[in-house]
Write a protein of this length. Structure first.
Length: 256
């Protein structure tokens, strides 16, 4: 199967028009006419992931985070990024990134987070389709209840707010999304889940009477990489597709 067919499918699932203007999305490395047999998904292309791709004879890496992300003046072995690019180019391994298009797609990362809470009346938080906001139904009533859901599904997390705070409306933004605080508060959210937030952003949320849950950048997005591997397998049964085993959290809790 040619790379072009897989790129067309990914573009249809995660339209690049949904990506933020500053983002670098789509096919970032590779020849559309090249045959693909083995695909690996990951959150970020790291040296460990790059070595795994070589070891596993991967033809295409679908990385949530773009690689490369910013414009590059030169590609040499003097930098980590340069060495990885040279390795991938030498092995003819393609790289595709959906990033913020994946975040904002109809069944993308933020929608999957909304489904984790079982939200109803889910809609985009911003006019350009980013983020999500909806109402909680069922037995989930407090910040403590929401924290239990996140801890069970995503792992340990930080939070801002009183545990007995009643929660009705939840806003969501995966990754580094503390820029959603103002809009979430304006739309009457009781709780905002984002991957990570700056200290002063946390203070701002508290001043706006907005509870926060912070599972970490990695945890707020990595689960969707595994879902994406399953989606590619379902669409292209003749190909081998799996999520990277070397794509791991870089931050760790001490004493947890």
């Amino acid at each position: 199967m040619q790379l072009e067919q897989i790129v067309d499918f990914l573009n249809s699932q995660y339209p690049l028009s949904l990506a933020e203007e500053w983002d670098n999305v789509g096919l970032l490395l590779g020849d559309l006419a090249r045959d693909v047999r083995r695909i690996m998904t990951c959150l970020t292309v790291t040296p460990e992931v790059c070595r795994e791709a070589v070891r596993e004879s991967i033809d295409l890496i679908v990385s949530h985070h773009p690689f490369p992300f910013r414009a590059i003046r030169r590609i040499t072995s003097e930098t980590v990024e340069g060495r990885m690019l040279l390795e991938l180019l030498g092995r003819e391994i393609a790289v595709y990134s959906p990033h913020t298009a994946h975040d904002s797609a109809e069944d993308g990362v933020n929608r999957q987070l909304a489904d984790m809470f079982g939200l109803a009346d889910v809609r985009a938080l911003n006019e350009n389709g980013s983020g999500r906001i909806g109402r909680i139904l069922g037995s989930v009533k407090t910040l403590h209840d929401c924290l239990e859901i996140v801890r069970t599904r995503l792992g340990n997390c930080l939070y801002v707010g009183q545990l007995d705070r009643e929660i009705d409306t939840v806003a969501l933004g995966c990754g580094a999304a503390d820029g959603f605080i103002e809009e979430a508060a304006r739309q009457g959210a009781d709780l905002l889940l984002v991957g990570e937030a700056r200290f002063h952003a946390c203070l701002e949320a508290r001043s706006r009477n907005l509870a926060l849950i912070l599972p970490g950048h990695y945890a707020s997005e990595h689960f969707a990489v595994e879902t994406l591997a399953g989606k590619l397998t379902a669409r292209f049964a003749e190909l081998t597709c799996f999520a990277s085993r070397e794509d791991r959290e870089v931050l760790h809790w001490f004493g947890a």
